[in-house]
Design a protein around this ligand. Structure first.
Ligand code: NDP
Length: 620
């Protein structure tokens, strides 16, 4: 063992593969090896530039490259050994095993030993792709689940790959959750792995964004115009006595839209929230591993920021600050917030041009300004330890939303001379307050969402977080000020029940996934089953994630409906949110499906077969 470890010490000898040589290159982040041709070698970075058959060029480490002969040998002979084990004669002798019987062939009892040997072989095959210590990337696959049930095999893995103890522990913990009696599933997983070598990847990763989302250049150009236009249209409509769709509002004079004082308040708000974010209160947690294996640290103090903001507003109310001002100047506030988000997006775009490769999101690098500006390219832009995307995701916009709601509630009381707000206004305010407080209380969960782990930070998120959320999501409260709606207590009770159901689904689904991603060995999740995938992460197939493929979206949409219902049925305007939200989440779900299919391949397809409905059970 000692000898083996010494043999495997990580050092970079002089280059092993020559230019023009055809070899097998591992596809980054997967267990797949493809035929590639070496085109050059960087002896400073110790990286080979290789060309795949479809023309994709990637830089690979020597450890991710195997000679073709090693693959042919392994494929054609039943007593194969993993190429990675060549260095050790001892391990090679241990690795020898008879070929795995064809799928469906029956095993006799006397073949049980052979079966065990098969399992070993499986581990050797999959261990090709085990991450190197330097990678420390939990997105990489770690071998067959069976490996965890056998100390001997995990020992082989150790010998072969110098796998860090922690990583092995994580894998052991993860796999221990899987139902061990489900041998059939093991068979399926095995066959899935076998096909991995031959299957073409669904989509190849490239530094250049080839596959554009959101309708590409034209689509994103339209969205850059359409998003601000929609906000202003909705706000103008809401101010009208008759906000019917056909009753188009008169456009205000341009100069009336800008007020430096209002812009000053927006700046003050942003920097006050930034100051709260920087306070050394609240725990610091690690995010999910980046593609480089690095984990960023995040301070979880959004809820404290909310408490401090609430205290500041309490003080302002005590001194009779006129929150009515917000109602009167809502359009100007929206314009100022939009200007600020535009400036931020330009800054983000410029800095993304110089960001290091490993800090970029998979998308946002099409070379087309408008597309890259909209989607954003830098995954986690930071100024020192100040994470701009994480900060904007929940604080200024989300807390701003409930502050606007409160201002609407006060405006309603003032304008209609009420001693207490209307029941509709109370419901809208309380439901949305619950949503915001919940998001801030569970702030850590945002670290596993698509926005943080996948999307770059560009105009889409900057405008979405800082303008769309506070000014469009508060539309129901804004509408109720000008269009009082009376609802009865039983109706209010029914709407409350609906909101609670939505909230329960939303919260428990998000927590289930978040806890599972953070610690698959969590005893609270012991009753859940999952499908292992080639990246090392599992896909839950029981619990909420076995009900529909996006149960959290289902809960969110139910809540959205409950927020609109208190506004009655006189106009469609307060239902804009739920209609838009369904469109957003259906589109988002499709994007996520696409990404997951790329990430998980056959395992995702199996998940889809097992859980056929995407968001709405028996419908979609
Ligand atoms: P999700 O939190 O739903 O995350 C999707 C990811 O979950 C997938 O990419 C995958 O990532 C993982 N996943 C998918 N299926 C499974 C499974 N079976 N088992 C385990 N993990 C799985 O995405 P969002 O970021 O879109 O949403 C987060 C929350 O935010 C939702 O509740 C949503 O409703 C809400 N939201 C609210 C918006 C608003 O404006 N109010 C806007 C957008 C979202 P991986 O495998 O890589 O971990």
């Amino acid at each position: 063992m000692v000898l083996l470890k010494r043999d495997c010490v990580w050092k970079m000898p002089s280059r092993k593969f020559a230019d023009g040589e055809v070899v097998m290159g591992r596809w980054p982040g997967s267990v797949l090896y493809y035929e590639v041709q070496v085109t050059s070698y960087d002896d400073v970075a110790h990286l080979y530039t290789v060309k795949y058959k479809d023309g994709t060029e990637l830089a690979l480490k020597e450890s991710d490259i195997r000679s073709q002969s090693s693959f042919k040998h392994r494929k054609s002979q039943s007593s194969s050994s993993s190429p990675s084990r060549r260095s050790s004669s001892r391990s090679r002798s241990r690795s020898r095993s008879p070929g795995r019987p064809a799928k469906g062939r029956r095993r006799s009892a006397s073949q049980s030993r052979e079966h065990k040997e098969d399992k070993k072989k499986t581990i050797q095959e999959t261990s090709i792709a085990l991450p190197k210590p330097s990678e420390n990337n939990t997105k990489r696959y770690n071998g067959e689940p069976e490996s965890t049930e056998k100390n001997a095999t995990s020992c082989i893995i150790l010998e072969q790959k110098l796998k860090p103890d922690l990583e092995i522990k994580r894998v052991l913990e993860q796999y221990s959750l899987r139902s061990r009696k489900d041998d059939k599933k093991k068979e399926e997983i095995y066959s899935e792995k076998k096909t991995f070598v031959a299957v073409k990847p669904i989509e190849k990763v490239s530094t250049k964004t080839k596959e554009m989302e959101f309708g590409g250049r034209i689509g994103t150009f339209m969205l850059v115009l359409f998003m601000p236009a929609t906000v202003f249209y909705l706000l103008l409509m809401c101010k009208q006595d008759d906000p019917s769709l056909l009753n188009f509002p008169p456009l205000p004079a341009l100069e009336s839209l800008w007020d430096w004082r209002v812009f000053g308040v927006i700046l003050l708000w942003f920097f006050l929230q930034a100051a709260f974010y920087l306070l050394p209160i609240g725990k610091v947690v690690e995010g999910l591993p980046l593609s480089s294996g690095r984990k960023l640290q995040y301070r979880i103090n959004g809820f404290y920021a909310f408490i401090l903001t609430a205290a500041a507003i309490g003080v302002l109310l005590y001194f009779e600050f006129e929150f009515h001002y917000l109602y009167d100047h809502l359009m100007q506030f929206a314009v100022s917030a939009a200007a600020f988000s535009l400036a931020l997006s330009i800054y983000l775009y410029v800095r993304s041009l110089k960001a290091p490769e490993e800090e970029l999101a998979p998308g946002g690098n099409s070379g087309y300004f408008i597309y890259d500006f909209f989607t954003g390219h830098e995954l986690n832009p930071r100024i020192g330890s100040f994470d701009l995307k994480y900060f904007c995701e929940l604080r200024p916009g989300l807390i701003g939303w409930v502050v606007i709601n409160l201002a609407m509630l006060l405006a309603e009381m003032k304008i209609h001379n009420l001693s207490v707000p209307s029941l509709s206004m109370i419901l809208v305010n309380s439901f949305q307050l619950l949503y915001v407080v919940d998001a801030l209380w569970n702030e850590e969960a945002v670290l596993t969402t698509m926005d943080i782990t996948h999307d770059g930070f560009g105009f889409m998120l900057a405008f979405g977080d800082l303008v769309w959320v506070p000014f469009v999501y508060s539309l129901q409260a804004f509408y109720l000020v000008g269009h009082p709606t009376t609802i009865s207590w039983p109706v209010a009770a029914a709407i409350t029940v609906l909101n609670c159901i939505g909230y329960y689904i939303f919260r428990s689904a998000n927590s289930q996934k978040n806890n599972f991603r953070r610690n698959p060995a969590d005893p609270k999740l012991a009753n859940l089953k999952f499908i292992p995938t080639a990246t090392g992460k599992g896909l839950l197939v029981t619990g909420w994630w076995g009900f529909v493929r996006h149960p959290n979206y289902l809960g969110d949409i139910i809540m959205a409906l409950a927020w609109s219902l208190p506004c009655g049925f006189n106009h469609i305007l307060p239902y804009f949110y739920v209609i838009y939200f369904i469109c957003l989440l259906v589109h988002r779900e499709a994007r996520d499906e696409h990404h997951c299919k790329q990430k998980y391949g056959l395992a995702w397809e199996r998940y889809c077969q097992r859980v056929p409905y995407r968001i709405f059970p028996y419908i979609y």
